[in-house]
Each structure stands twice: as structure tokens, then as C-alpha cells.
Design a protein around this ligand. Structure first.
Ligand SMILES: CC(C)(COP(=O)(O)OP(=O)(O)OC[C@H]1O[C@@H](n2cnc3c(N)ncnc32)[C@H](O)[C@@H]1OP(=O)(O)O)[C@@H](O)C(=O)NCCC(=O)NCCS
Length: 484
């Protein structure tokens, strides 16, 4: 056995610390002198006494060398957390000394309202119901057969297109709407668009199945045999069946439910757990305050200080500002993730007794960019798979084409939600999302394991503040610089 092998064997076969402890216990049970390489065998001097009783050394590796097989770094992880807390406490103090207290909850109201007598975002949100009514009446006519499939498809397409265009036109024309109010309204319209798209698809699939059942192909014995069985199954089901689902109650349950994918009967939880609901509600209120406070106290001054280096095109200062912004931006994004995907969606689900709570999976372990996009936003990912990706694959598109199409569509919506409210078309958000395609290819080809995981984290930590700074800089130049 070589040096390394001997060392590994001495450390318990190179296994875990538990195995080494068992090895030590076994050694302790042996008679004195038979331990630590004595083992009852004659020594190199042919059995002469080497002073075995007085030995206190054995061949072994230092814990930090990889040959030791040691892997318990729990204390180091705690140290990282303590250092993180301490260094951020210093940053927090520095920020307070430099800027004083900037947190102002009343200012948040002004982000939504320019004029207290004009509430354009709220009006927009109310008007979205008109598009919902149109979608439902189209589906009712299609179910009754008073509208052909072709005409129904065209009218649905017009309605869906209007859901995206109408609010955009209003936001661009109405001067009293604020960027934050506009983002809120456009987000509601985008969600409604995705939901009504899903509603239309599922009802179409139901009609196709109904027609297939009604007209079994001649000579298709199996279909005929399956007919009565399926019919029995349908009758026996306690949930709603097509077209009984085409009611306002059913559609509005879906519109408020925390999912983008329609089903006739959603899985329901048996009761509302009051303690769970109160905990999530408390988190929801606490984290939104924290988010607003961190943005006002930490993000805004850092962004404001970044404008001069951008104006002077001072690259080293721009990078320094970018790295400075990366910390609060990332922290805010993480809190936002927990606030929205865990607290808010669970509150809505609990109140509506909506059973499927898989709003996210373990994206933080992503070793590839594709894994991240499959796991961080499950409602959107599910919608993409069910209504875009798989239908494209079924129509014969290659996997690569379908993936690219999904990411470009997602890029469009990201851009739509930023550019329209800011009334400024720069394509930074679009490019950020579209860049996920080459990034995914690069990471999967060249990086594995922890390196892949680090690449995903770096792209999140650095990528977002780049986009934020780009937009803020352009918005600043467009709206304030000319007026100075
Ligand atoms: C593009 C995207 C949908 C690809 O998803 P993916 O999970 O990597 O896709 P995969 O190729 O692994 O296949 C997924 C499914 O399609 C199925 N599939 C794959 N090839 C198929 C084919 N040729 N025919 C039919 N089905 C196929 C797989 O079996 C799998 O099914 P399952 O979900 O039931 O297991 C995903 O990356 C995505 O959602 N991207 C956008 C995310 C986004 O923009 N989010 C915004 C958040 S703000």
C-alpha cells in the first residue's frame, strides 16, 4: 500500500468521520501494544521492542488535506453566516451614518398614485373583467356549437391580443399613471392573459375528447368498449364535467387561484389551517415592510450614487458601483422570492383551499441554468410546458427550437413589464432573458457540480443589477438630465 493508501486506511478507509470513530473504538478494545501499527505483527526490526506502550503517533493525514476523507464543515458554514451578519451590520451602520433614516412608508403611496383623485391603475384592473366575460361567452358558444372552432379561435386570439395591447396603450397615453402602478396593472393583465390562454386550451381539449367519444371510428372495437366504462366514470365523478365548468364561479375560482394552468376540478385541501394562515399572513406583512425599507434605505442611494460614474464612463467606478449594488439587490430578490412564492401564494391557496402548493422547488441547488428555470417559478414553468413547449414538440419542432421559442416569449413578457411602465424601450430585460439560452449551453457544456451551481449564483447576483443599472441610468438620462 502506498503512502496515500496507508494514510486513508489509518483514517478509517478514507470514509466518514463516523467510520474513523468506529476504527478508533476497535483499536481501544485491543490489548496494549497491539495498536497503532503494532497489530501483533513483528516490527521492521524483526520483533524487537519498539516501545509500543509509549507510542502516541500513527500515520495519518491532516484534516484539511483531501486524503483525510474529512467532510464535516458545519462549523465553517456557521462562521460564514456570522461573518455575513457582522459585515452587513457594519454596512448597515455605515449606511445609517451616511444617509440617516430614509425609510418613508407614506412615500410608497406616491409610487402608486400621482394624483389622489385619479386612480388609473385600479380602473385598468377593474376593466380586465370585460375580457374575462368575453372569453367565457366565447367558450359557452363553442360548447353549444353556435360558433365554429375556426371563428372561436380567431375571436379568442383577438381577445387575448387585446388583453396585452389595451393596457399598454392606456399606460403609454395616460400621464397620471405612475411606473409602479403601471407595473402592477400590467402584471395583472399578463397573468389574466396566461390564465385565459390556458382556459381556452383546456376547454378545446375537452371538446376534442367529447367529439372523439361521440364518434368512435368505424371498426374501433376498443373505443366502443371503452365508451360505457368512461361514461360511467364521468357520471360517478363528484367534480364538474365539461361543459358544466363554463360558469362564472368556476372561472373566477381559477382566476384567483395561485396557478396559471386551468383544470376543471382542482385538488382541494380539506380545511383552512388557521395557524398556518396566520403565520403566512404575518410573514407577508413583515417581509413587504422589510422589502420597502431595504429598497429605500439601501438600493436607492446606491443607485443614485452610480449615476455619475455612468455619465463620466468611468469603467472601474462603474464596476465598483455594480458590485456594491449586487449585495442589496440580491438580498432583496431573495426576500422577494420567499415573500411571494412562499408567503403570498400560500395565503391565497390556504384561503381558497387550493391543494397544490408546489410553487417552487429547490432551485438553490441548481447545477445548470436549465435546472434553475425548471424549478424557481413553478406556475410559469408549468404553463410554459403545458401550453407552449409540449404543443410545439407535438407539432414537430425540435427541442432546441421549442426551448428557444419559450425563452424568447418569456423575454418578451419581461420586456413588456418593464419598458411599457417606464415608457422607454431599451430591450435590456429582453436581452437578459434571451441570454439564458447561450448561458444554459455554456454552463451545461463546461461546468459541473459545484462549479455549475456557482455559475448560476453568479449569473443571478451580477446579472440582475446590470439590468437594474441600465434601466435606471437610461430613465434618469431621459427624464431628469434634460431638465437640469
Ligand atoms: C423551456 C422549458 C419549458 C423547458 O423545460 P424542460 O423541463 O427543460 O424541458 P424538457 O425537455 O426536460 O422536457 C420537459 C417535458 O417535456 C417532455 N418532452 C420532452 N421531449 C418531448 C417530445 N419530443 N415530445 C413530447 N414530450 C416531450 C418531457 O417528457 C417532460 O415531460 P414531464 O414534464 O411530464 O416530465 C423551461 O426551461 C422553461 O420553463 N423556461 C422558461 C422559464 C421562464 O421563463 N420562467 C420565467 C420565470 S420569471
Amino acid at each position: 500500500m502506498g503512502d496515500r493508501g496507508a494514510a486513508v486506511a489509518a483514517a478509517g478507509g478514507g470514509g466518514s468521520s463516523g467510520r474513523r470513530r468506529r476504527g478508533a473504538a476497535a483499536a481501544a478494545r485491543q490489548p496494549p501494544g497491539a495498536e497503532q501499527g503494532g497489530g501483533g505483527e513483528p516490527g521492521p526490526d524483526g520483533g524487537h521492542d519498539l516501545g509500543g506502550d509509549f507510542r502516541c503517533h500513527k500515520v495519518q493525514e491532516s484534516l484539511l488535506s483531501s486524503a483525510s476523507g474529512y467532510s464535516n464543515y458545519r462549523g465553517i458554514l456557521n462562521w460564514c453566516v456570522v461573518m455575513l451578519v457582522l459585515s452587513n451590520a457594519r454596512l448597515f451602520l455605515e449606511n445609517l451614518i451616511k444617509y440617516g433614516i430614509l425609510v418613508d412608508p407614506i412615500q410608497v403611496v406616491s409610487l402608486f398614485l400621482k394624483d389622489p383623485y385619479s386612480w388609473p391603475s385600479l380602473c385598468l384592473v377593474i376593466v380586465v373583467n370585460g375580457f374575462v366575460v368575453v372569453a367565457l361567452s366565447l367558450e359557452r358558444r363553442l360548447a353549444a356549437g353556435s360558433l365554429s372552432e375556426g371563428a372561436g379561435a380567431v375571436l379568442h386570439a383577438v381577445n387575448l391580443l387585446a388583453i396585452l395591447c389595451f393596457p399598454a396603450v392606456v399606460v403609454l397615453m395616460v400621464t397620471s399613471i405612475t411606473p409602479v402602478g403601471a407595473v402592477f396593472a400590467l402584471a395583472i393583465y399578463t397573468v389574466t392573459f396566461l390564465k385565459l390562454f390556458s382556459f381556452r386550451d383546456v376547454n378545446k381539449w375537452c371538446r376534442e375528447r367529447r367529439e372523439a367519444k361521440a364518434s368512435p371510428r368505424p371498426g374501433d372495437g376498443s373505443a366502443a368498449a371503452a365508451g360505457p366504462k368512461k361514461a360511467n366514470g364521468d357520471v360517478g365523478q363528484s367534480g364538474v364535467t365539461y361543459p358544466g365548468n363554463l360558469t362564472y364561479r368556476n372561472l373566477y375560482y381559477f382566476l384567483f387561484a395561485p396557478t396559471l394552468c386551468y383544470e376543471l376540478n382542482f385538488p382541494r385541501s380539506p380545511r383552512i389551517r388557521k395557524r398556518f394562515l396566520l403565520r403566512r399572513l404575518f410573514e407577508m406583512l413583515f417581509f413587504i415592510q422589510l422589502l420597502v425599507g431595504l429598497i429605500q434605505q439601501w438600493m436607492v442611494p446606491t443607485i443614485q450614487n452610480s449615476m455619475k460614474p455612468f455619465r463620466d464612463m468611468d469603467y472601474s467606478r462603474i464596476i465598483e458601483r455594480l458590485l456594491k449594488l449586487a449585495v442589496p439587490n440580491h438580498l432583496i430578490w431573495l426576500i422577494f422570492f420567499y415573500w411571494f412564492f412562499h408567503s403570498c401564494l400560500n395565503v391565497v391557496a390556504e384561503v381558497m383551499q387550493f391543494g397544490d402548493r408546489e410553487f417552487y422547488r429547490d432551485w438553490w441547488n441548481s447545477e445548470s441554468v436549465t435546472y434553475f428555470w425548471q424549478n424557481w417559478n413553478i406556475p410559469v414553468h408549468k404553463w410554459c410546458l403545458r401550453h407552449f413547449y409540449k404543443p410545439m414538440l407535438k407539432r414537430g419542432a425540435s427541442k432546441w427550437t421549442a426551448q428557444t421559442a419559450v425563452f424568447l416569449a418569456s423575454a418578451f413578457f419581461h420586456e413588456y413589464l418593464v419598458s411599457v411602465p417606464l415608457k422607454m424601450f431599451r430591450l435590456w430585460a429582453f436581452m437578459g432573458m434571451a441570454a439564458q439560452i447561450p448561458l444554459a449551453w455554456f454552463v451545461s457544456k463546461f461546468l459541473r457540480g459545484n462549479y455549475g451551481n456557482a455559475a448560476v449564483w453568479i449569473s443571478l447576483i451580477i446579472g440582475q443589477p446590470i439590468a437594474v443599472l441600465m434601466y435606471v441610468h437610461d430613465y434618469y438620462v431621459l427624464n431628469y438630465e434634460g431638465s437640469q
